[in-house]
Design a protein around this ligand. Sequence first.
Ligand SMILES: [Ca+2]
Ligand SMILES: [Ca+2]
Length: 131
Amino acid sequence: MDEDDDGLDDEIEGLLAERFVPVIRFASGEAHVKSGAQFPGGKEPFVAFNVWPRKVDGDLRINIVFATLYTRDGGYYSHFPGGQGTNSHPGDSSSLGVELELTQKPDGRWMAELVYLNGGQKWARDVVGSD
Ligand SMILES: [Ca+2]
Ligand SMILES: [Ca+2]
């Protein structure tokens, strides 16, 4: 099924997003990340995604943008005037993106490999790894 009519099966979109969702780790003292059954996976952030294919020099690429949504920002920022926690506020969101390269193997199976992670700047796969 391709409900968004982008030429890529929506189930494949979901599988790729599940496989390539970035892992976000927090400091052990992070006090503002919420947990509970209301969050998929049991804790924040709530992650939504958008997947779309595109051609780059004849090769098939897949772009995925992950929106990471939080109920509260604890105001932790290393350079904020006033010190840590002074910019605390409800809600917060950011996004991360990945670009994947799809290649078809001789046995007919498709393989997806990370090309880069985009979190404000592009990080190539040799920097961030592909696992
Ligand atoms: Ca689709
Ligand atoms: Ca799509």
